[in-house]
Design a protein around this ligand. Structure first.
Ligand code: PLP
Length: 228
């Protein structure tokens, strides 16, 4: 059976129009964690070029595989980061969206290989303030952002968050709005951030309504995750 991939770019363009956002202001990150190389290939054939992975061991062979193909892809690390994984992450990814401590930022900076451009990073915020979730508290955001500015081998591009799941559209918007305000507050302090990474399969529309510049879509694009 051929796997039919949804034309998500078309969908995103329609949402940009509906919420009066500039055309192409929202990028799509195809979240390929727990998806096969064959499905990633289908996504590449459909024109997708940016992929998100959450587990280092699973991601490395995929990245290796596509290095041997003519495609120019961008890989984003979006999962929780343990200190002993930062070296491989700094060596193999273009972006890390889940930075949530000075220690991790410093290690990524120190371990980013010289022959590569600075690593793009987003700070992950625990926006719903859930004790068990990754991400920094809002109160720690400015200190960490200032610290990242001093590190030459990483470039702070923006903010990322995974809000607690909510089914009500207005409730989804409220959380994204709060994140948007933090993003604007940093930019008022001249951080020049261009990436507000918010919105997944179930809350993409609310995120775009609130000014997301990057939605991270897994299941809506690839179907149910399979690799255990
Ligand atoms: C898994 C994951 C996604 C994608 O979630 P879907 O609901 O499948 O779209 C997005 N962002 C992060 C950080 C994830 O871990």
């Amino acid at each position: 059976m051929r796997f039919e991939m949804l034309d998500l770019n078309k969908c995103i363009r329609e949402l940009e129009l509906r919420y009066h956002k500039p055309v192409n202001s929202v990028q799509l990150l195809a979240v390929s964690k727990q998806q096969s190389i064959a499905k990633i290939q289908t996504a590449i054939d459909a024109g997708y070029t940016a992929f998100g992975e959450s587990y280092l061991q699973e991601a490395l062979p995929k990245i290796e595989h596509f290095k041997k193909t003519p495609h120019s892809l961008t890989w984003h690390f979006i999962g929780p980061i343990q200190g002993n994984k930062t070296k491989k992450i700094a060596e193999n990814f273009d972006w890390v969206q889940s930075v949530d401590s000075m220690k991790i930022a410093k290690r990524l900076n120190d371990q980013r290989p010289e022959h590569l451009p600075p690593l793009n990073i987003c700070l992950q915020i625990n926006i719903s303030d859930e004790p068990t979730k990754s991400g920094i508290q809002v109160n720690d955001l400015f200190t960490l952002a200032e610290f990242c500015k001093t590190l030459p081998r990483i470039t702070l591009r923006g903010l990322m968050a995974i809000p607690a799941p909510q089914s009500n559209f207005d409730d989804q918007r409220k959380v994204f709005h709060a994140l948007r305000l933090l993003f604007d507050a940093l930019n008022e302090k001249n951080f020049s951030l261009d990436t507000l990474s918010m919105g997944m399969s179930n809350d993409m529309e609310a995120a775009i309504a609130e000014g997301s510049t990057m939605v991270r879509i897994g299941t809506a694009l690839f179907g149910t995750r399979i690799i255990p």
